[in-house]
Design a protein around this ligand. Structure first.
Ligand code: HEC
Length: 126
């Protein structure tokens, strides 16, 4: 019965089992994020920051997960003109896929797995 642990393992490693996680991440990004962050991550003037690989990699991973789920914390936005809305409707898998899409596009690693997303969401405050 070797296949049981192997299949559990591969589920934990990837965000989504059967379809292509990258495509789902891109779909969510283009539909729900690109109006502020830009289809090519360029941002929008001073309102919304452009994504940059070095900035993203310095970001605490838990903060990224919580930011997408719950939106900006007021304390984090004191020097910005705008806040990020929450995306409470996104599932754990969708958050995982959209963050991995952004990470892949910026050649960042390690990518997120579902287990990490779950654990980080449990620790979000505010
Ligand atoms: C209404 C505009 C808006 C939308 C829509 C939006 N964001 Fe944001 N986002 C922001 C703002 C403003 C910030 C900076 C605020 C902060 O750091 O608290 C931000 C910050 C971020 C960051 C932190 C990285 C950085 O360089 O600051 C990530 C990652 C991010 N957003 C991902 C997403 C994802 C994924 C979606 C779609 C599910 C999304 N955003 C939708 C406005 C938006």
């Amino acid at each position: 019965m070797k296949w049981v642990p192997i299949s559990i393992f591969s589920f934990v490693l990837s965000c989504q089992l059967s379809t292509e996680p990258y495509k789902e991440g891109k779909f969510i990004y283009d539909k729900q994020c690109s109006n502020c962050h830009g289809i090519n991550f360029e941002g929008l003037a001073k309102l919304y920051p452009a994504f940059e690989a070095n900035k993203l990699s310095e970001f605490n991973r838990r903060k990224l997960v919580c930011l997408v789920k719950h939106g900006s914390l007021v304390n984090d936005t004191t020097n910005l003109n705008s806040v990020m809305p929450s995306f409470e409707k996104l599932s754990e898998i969708q958050i995982c896929n959209v963050l991995n899409y952004i990470f892949e596009k910026h050649q960042l690693s390690p990518l997120f797995d579902l287990e990490e997303i779950r654990l980080q969401l449990l620790e979000c405050k505010g």
